[in-house]
Every structure is written in C-alpha cells, then in structure tokens.
Design a protein around this ligand. Sequence first.
Ligand code: NAD
Length: 379
Amino acid sequence: MNYSIALTPGDGIGPEVSSKAVDVLDLIGDKFGHIFNFVELEAGGCAIDSTGEPLPASTLEAALQCDALLLGAVGGPKWETLPGNLRPERALLGLRAGLGVFANLRPAALLPQLKDACPLKDDVLTASHPEGKANFDLLIVRELTGGIYFGERGRDGDGRSPESSAFDTERYSRAEIERVLRVAYDAASKRRGKICLVDKANVLESSRFWREITMETAAEYKDIETSYMYVDNCAMQLIRAPGQFDVIVTSNIFGDILSDEASVLSGSIGMLASASIGAKSAVKKYPAGMYEPIHGSAPDIAGKDLANPLAAILSAAMMLRYSFSLEKEALAIESAVNKTLDSGLRTKDIASRAKNTANEKIVGTNEMAAAVIKALENG
Ligand code: NAD
C-alpha cells in the first residue's frame, strides 16, 4: 500500500529525531511491502524564518492532503520574544485545530529495562500494581481542541489599576466531550478495560458536565469499569500509586499537566510518543492523525547528538497503529526498541540513576537509532 505522510521536522532536536523515525518507516516499508511518501513541510520557528508565520497556509493545506502528519518539535529561544500569536508553538495549535485532531493519546509505561531511570521506589510501584510488579502502564486521553486553551480570553482595564483583570474560559460542548470519551472507551476496551475520568467536579460546572456525560457513556460500555477522580488527587495518585490506572480521560488543560507528570515516571520525556486523532471523514480514507514525541525542541541539546530518538520512533509506530491499522508493523518497531534497550544501549536521559551501570552503554542519537534499525532488520 501507498501512504502519504506530511513531515514537519520543526526546530531544535525536531529534525534530528524525526529523521530517525523516517529511516525506521522506510525500513518498515521495505520489510512489509508498503511505500511511505514523505511530504516535507515547514512549521514552527523555521517557518517564521522563511515566511514570517509559524504555520503558513500552504503547510496546513498540504498536510490536509496527506494521510497523516509526523511532527518533530517546534520552538526555541530565537523566537521567544515574538508576540503570542507569532510564536512557533502557535503552529501546534493551528495544526491540531486545522486537522481536527481532538483526542490526544499519550501512553506512559515503565519498561522493565528503564526501571532504574524511574524516580519512584520499587515498593511504591509494586503496591499499586494489580499483580504486584514494579511497573505501570497507563494511557492518558487528553481532549485537544477545546476547553480553556481555545475558549474566550481577554483583559479588562489598564493592567495597573486594582480592578484590572484577565480571564480565560473553560467551555465544552456535549459533542466535544462525547467524541473524546468514545475514543477513550474504545482504547480501554483494547487494554485492561478500566477508565478514570479526571476532573474538578467539586468546583467546576464544566467538570460536572463532563461527569454527567461520562456516566451516560459508561452505561453503554458495560464491560468497562468507570471511575472518577479529582485532578488534584490524580496528580498525587500518579506518584503514589501509578499502577492503579489503565486509561485516564480528561480535559485539555488537565491532560497537558498530568501527562508531563506521567512522563517523568517513565524515565524520560525522550521516551514518550503521542498520537492525536480525529474523526473518520467521508472524503478521506484514513481518520485525521498527527503524531509527535511529547517533548519539545530541547534547544539545550540540539545538534549535539544527545537527543533520545525513541519517542519520535515510537510516534511513528503509533501512526502505523492508529492511522493505518498496521498493527504488525507497529509491533515490529516497538519490539526493535525493546531489543535495543535490552542490549543495554542508553541515551544520556535514560541512563540509570544507580551507580552500577556496568550493563549500560551511553550512546548518542545516531547510534541509538542505528541500533533500532539493526534490531528491526534482524527481527
Ligand atoms: P523540552 O521538552 O524541549 O525540554 C525539557 C528538557 O528535556 C530539556 O532538558 C531537554 O534537554 C530534555 N529533553 C527533551 N527531549 C529530549 C530528548 N528527546 N532526549 C533527551 N532529552 C530531552 O521542553 P522545554 O525546554 O520546556 O521547551 C523547549 C522549547 O520547545 C520551547 O520553545 C517550548 O515552547 C517548545 N515545546 C515544543 C513542544 C512541541 O513541539 N510539541 C512541546 C513542548 C515544548
């Protein structure tokens, strides 16, 4: 089969890590008989430099023609002083909204090989794990195109007087909540069958609306166990007992914050992939899909062969699974990553915290990616 993939490498470490994901996809194409055609596009700081805008209309138009989008990362100090609407990060919001990808799937699991990179003690991990193992495996489904990040905002007054104020608005429609809940329930049905709505229903009206609709949806998914948790408690439970969670579904802002917290538990932000998916459309063969590592452009390590390419590579695996239903191919990538970690190779960010690192070899971006490619060739 032929697949067209929009590629926005972006800034900082974005191009370094996304090029590794492309190499892996090319090899998957050779091995499994697919052709991945990449359409390289500018978004973020690089687009500001060449066109004056973080998301040129031509980028969005071309991305909409493709079957899926793979993004590296955007942003950096060079563009930090620009006004908000001209900053590189606007490209992310524009792409998400433009492609209509309303559900962000962020898996966070502790691979056994990275146990020593997790800041939690073994007894904390085992206490909450259903089988008493020292790990966890959860999926955060974050609403991505609504809520306070997109709601009405503004300022009143001159900014100096005591009455001056600023506001942002959390507003969700029934349709926005229902569609992301369906994605989360479907994901839970393919995992361990548990879902937890995280909200602030003791205070916020919008959260009470989420809860009502979740209760209705839960009645339709009788095989899924539904629970409810306040976001402040969830922030605590993630570091106290992460093994209790399977799927967490939540609003845009809560998901943004909780998924960064969860990422640290997995060892490094350089390990975590994400998929943002939209509805199936009548005109397109595949549902809208945007795939990216959850980390940013990491300007502190850009160009130094230090970036962990695994989050970008695992994002490519998510693309194969969620956009193209190529499960075998996605598993092949995940297995190659596992074997590479089994062999003891570590980029600096996932090196063990323990002193005894005899089994580990610290490598750079290139060597890590080359090892994944080799494991895939031999797999
Ligand atoms: P960041 O994720 O870029 O970096 C945070 C820390 O994690 C840094 O110490 C960095 O070196 C490290 N890190 C990140 N990815 C890594 C990897 N793959 N391997 C090893 N170490 C890694 O977050 P930040 O420093 O807050 O933001 C830097 C820039 O990225 C900012 O301009 C920010 O707005 C932007 N940003 C972009 C995205 C995106 O493109 N999706 C997401 C977050 C931040």
